[in-house]
Design a binder for this molecule. Sequence first.
Ligand code: KDO
Length: 331
Amino acid sequence: MKVSLKRRPFLGGIGAATLAAGTTPAAAQAALTLRMSTPATPTDQRSVALAEVFGPAVKDFATYQPHYNSTLFKQGTELEAIARGNLEMSITSAQELATIFPQWSIFTAGYLLRDADHQKKVFASPIMDELKKPVEDRLGVKLLSVMYLGRRQLNLRTDKEIRRPADLAGTKLRMPNTEAWLFLGTALGANPLPLAFTEIYTALQTGAVDGQDNPLPTNRDSKFYEVTKQIVLTSHLVDQNYVAFSKRVWDRLTPAQRDIVQKASDDASELGRQRQLKLESELEAFFKERGLKVYAPDVDAFRAQVQKAYLESRFAKDWPAGMVDKINAIR
Ligand code: KDO
């Protein structure tokens, strides 16, 4: 496995921290607080579902305490915070996991997962075991459930029509700040610029970037439509997040409490998934009413370029052998 210089000291630190974790059952402890940090807003469907379903389900033995808009930890630093024992939960992504475990970059590849159902089946399948295990063993993070974020679409403040990847040449496209995210921007044909989620609105408003990519529900929730002119329905990534839970906290729970936590996470993710899918099917009209152009480009051209870029990329060298075929075979 390739481990970059950035990764080495971090993983070294985790080993020590994980070994030092206590083992007293939670039942014997004072009330447990589950702090959850995310860049998402409180009105994002993943946030809403966790607050509505997860919080109440665990209330007999834990207090669910969400922190939104990256107010507790900056986007991309949550996993390290959990590993070090400074945070109990987050909504993480394959892109963040890939900064530590390169094999996770398989799920950062555009046009790999087909839809929400495929995403859910892949996460539940045994092929995930070899990806989840090091995250648990070496990082001390349990990935409880997969959350559907939605199909990412291009959302631009420019009004030039985008039909094919070449039309994006020179477009400053905001991407989250990890190598895998930036590569997706390049693969699409744009010039990616790294920026935290919480800074997107202002960057679009001031013209610091020409556009961003996020699913339709996020574009509405974070009001990106107020400062952009068009949405190009590339559906280049069926985006997923994971409910990340501290292993050291998990180990302190009783078996019955673990079952409750797991079910609460699965139920919240399912509710969020259903609501997000419904919103995706409705929102095109919402943006059109507000004057945005919403249209499908030549998706086959984007798919061909992006898939080729990933398969030829250095990321693909870290993917478990045969995994792409196994993912494609899951129906
Ligand atoms: C984003 O920064 O564009 C992104 O959509 C990336 C996701 O992985 C996820 O972190 C999400 O932001 C945040 O939860 C905010 O919605």
